[in-house]
Design a protein around this ligand. Structure first.
Ligand SMILES: Cc1cc2nc3c(=O)[nH]c(=O)nc-3n(C[C@H](O)[C@H](O)[C@H](O)COP(=O)(O)OP(=O)(O)OC[C@H]3O[C@@H](n4cnc5c(N)ncnc54)[C@H](O)[C@@H]3O)c2cc1C
Length: 316
């Protein structure tokens, strides 16, 4: 896999921030976030994807935690019922239920439906679990931190708990300790090309870095294409494996205050759409994915050959 790096000033291309069609965060516990969480799960449900056979919430425990780059915390989960977790590779994601107090995880519904979700949300935020979406960064059938399978989760650490700008999951990522309990509910993969043997276009911001890593690691060795991943700065890059024919382009934000996703969008517009059958996949900040999907459609990529998912919404 070839590497290249670009630092693109955010607002290079006027008009790249056109209207948002979706919202993507499963934010805090107010009504609006409940609606955006339901909208996010409805949208994730709408996209063709590869689902687990018999999903149910699985208990798991924190086994280890490490700050792997300045803005990314890696939490390793193991034990509990993780032996029942079926690893699918690619951008496999799950619902992560975080405890808010004693007994809160007992309120996790056995089956996640709009009705069971609505019932859970009727309880006060202080007694029900917090629900967020994350990706399997790595899976080991034989764990390094005690017996049984393990999952690594890479969580972007954003905002500041002191001024309330850090969300509950970001705060949990930087404060959880070995032995802490969670629940995970597998949701399968979004990455689902209509047919094999296509060139790929993969574009993500840092929330989509774990998914991009999973996709690159799972792709057939003869795959060709380009991956563009935006991270805050050079120190936030990670060593990613993948097919020799896929060029990985790292993009960095020029300044701390730059809106995430804009640099990736600008860089993705520089990547010519390959001739022949292509599969285009983009995840991350909501404006990035909706604007890029529109751009690819205008560039002639059939809508059925594009997967896009807003992972979160800036200012949401
Ligand atoms: C299918 C799927 C897979 C995902 N996989 C991952 C993953 O592997 N790793 C990962 O880090 N994220 C991932 N995300 C995104 C993650 O779920 C959201 O970023 C989530 O909002 C974080 O929850 P929180 O409790 O920290 O913040 P929230 O309470 O949801 O939001 C609080 C505030 O922080 C802002 N915010 C949220 N996320 C970010 C961010 N990343 N940077 C800056 N501001 C932010 C919001 O706009 C809001 O203003 C995924 C999302 C989806 C839908």
């Amino acid at each position: 896999m070839t590497l290249s790096t670009t630092t693109t000033p955010a607002a290079t291309k006027p008009g790249t921030t056109s209207g948002t069609q979706t919202s993507a965060t499963a934010a805090s516990s107010s009504a609006t976030s409940a609606t955006s969480a339901t909208r996010s799960s409805r949208r994730a449900k709408a996209a063709p994807r590869i689902k687990p056979r018999d999903p149910r919430p699985l208990a798991a425990f924190v086994r280890a935690r490490a700050r792997i780059t300045p803005h990314m915390e890696r939490v390793t989960l193991g034990g509990g019922e993780l032996a029942h977790f079926e690893y699918l590779g690619y951008d496999q994601w799950f619902r992560l239920y975080l405890p808010t107090g004693p007994g809160s995880l007992q309120r996790v519904p056995d089956r996640l439906t709009s009705a069971s979700y609505a019932r859970m949300m009727l309880a006060p935020a202080s007694v029900r679990p917090t629900l967020r979406n994350y990706t399997v960064r790595a899976y080991r059938p034989q764990g390094r931190h005690g017996g049984g399978p393990e999952i690594d989760v890479d969580l972007v650490v954003h905002g500041d708990p002191a001024d309330g700008t850090a969300g509950p999951a970001s705060t949990w990522a930087s404060t959880c300790a070995p032995g802490d309990e969670v629940r995970i509910y597998d949701e399968g993969r979004l990455y689902a090309p209509p047919s094999p043997g296509r060139s790929v276009l993969l574009v993500a911001d840092e929330t989509g870095l774990p998914a991009t890593a999973g996709v690159l690691a799972s792709l057939p060795a003869d795959t060709v294409g380009t991956a563009v991943v935006e991270v805050p700065g050079p120190a936030d890059r990670q060593a990613l494996g993948g097919p020799a024919g896929v060029e990985l382009r790292w993009v960095h934000r020029a300044a701390d205050g730059d809106v995430p996703g804009r640099a990736a969008l600008a860089a993705a517009r520089e990547v010519p759409v390959p001739p022949g059958p292509v599969y285009a996949w983009t995840v991350g900040e909501s404006d990035l994915v909706t604007t890029l999907r529109r751009y690819w459609v205008q560039a002639g990529v059939p809508k059925a050959d594009i997967t896009f998912c807003g992972y979160w919404k800036h200012g949401g």
